[in-house]
Design a protein around this ligand. Sequence first.
Ligand code: TXA
Ligand code: MG
Length: 311
Amino acid sequence: MSPEVQRAAEILKRGGLVAFPTETVYGLGADASSKEAVARLYAAKRRPADHPVIVHFASAQAAFEWARDVPQAARALAVRFWPGPLTMILRRSAKAGDFVTGGQGTVGLRVPRHPVAQALLHAFGDGIAAPSANRFGQISPTTAAHVREDLGKDVDLVLDGGPSEVGIESTIVDLSGPQPVLLRPGAVAAAMLEEALGTPIASRQEDSPRHSGGLERHYAPRTPAKLVPTHELDPQIARLRDKVAVLAFSRPDERVDYWLRMPREPVAYAQKLYAALRELDSAGCEMILIEAPPEAPEWAGVRDRLVRATT
Ligand code: TXA
Ligand code: MG
């Protein structure tokens, strides 16, 4: 094990905060069994205390100790998708304190597959609470540099594992009720979950448990941003007098000050999305126009983040 990972595990044991790479986005980690450590985590994120955090584990076996009445569906999804970009909401066991569940009867569990995350989880040996390593409501970090820009001195150590491979946060599926419910779309698509479970998945209802990803505006740049259908992009650009930045599939337009061209394929698009939003946000424009992605199901994760960034 690398000395840095060892040091990171020791910092966590002492109640400190360690940012670490996962395949989705960077997480800000704290000892999930320590009320004080999790309180520091919330303070660093400036996150309201009633929002639950995801607890990360090295293996499904370790994760399920934090849950009770683990349904067969959860075991099936674990076999198929863990380690990987999937979070399951299950009824909590006594190990999951109110301070990680936001006082709810359920807990969010995930086994990430990034090798540095795996090494850290093995070295630490128990659950690590980790929301995305950004301030509450802002764009999630997909590089170690993003974390340092956002959190600066508020984090004791940042482990650098390169750019995140997936680029958007994990899929969240709630298995605590009578029927599986998709709370947040991500790289593990609803169709993949349905195939693995052999049952349909419902989409989030308005009254499902609080989760910050469920707030309307989230993952948001500071610059006002607007989602624009492809056929409206050109007329909108023609009408605007402000300095504008554009995120689009097509080639740059010379009337526009700052243009980023995105891949026409959802996996590659997701990987670049947050770095692109950060870049456009710091370009000093009055407005960011974002070309709407296709309506197809494989774009659900990207579309969800773009809608939130522009609401
Ligand atoms: O990809 C990810 O999931 C990243 C990496 C670091 O693992 N983490 C992440 O955490 O996105 P965070 O805290 O930014 O978003 C986690 C979402 C929040 O919307 C939270 O409220 C929800 O999961 N959540 C956690 N526990 C929950 C629970 N018991 N019931 C409902 N939602 C829950
Ligand atoms: Mg987050």
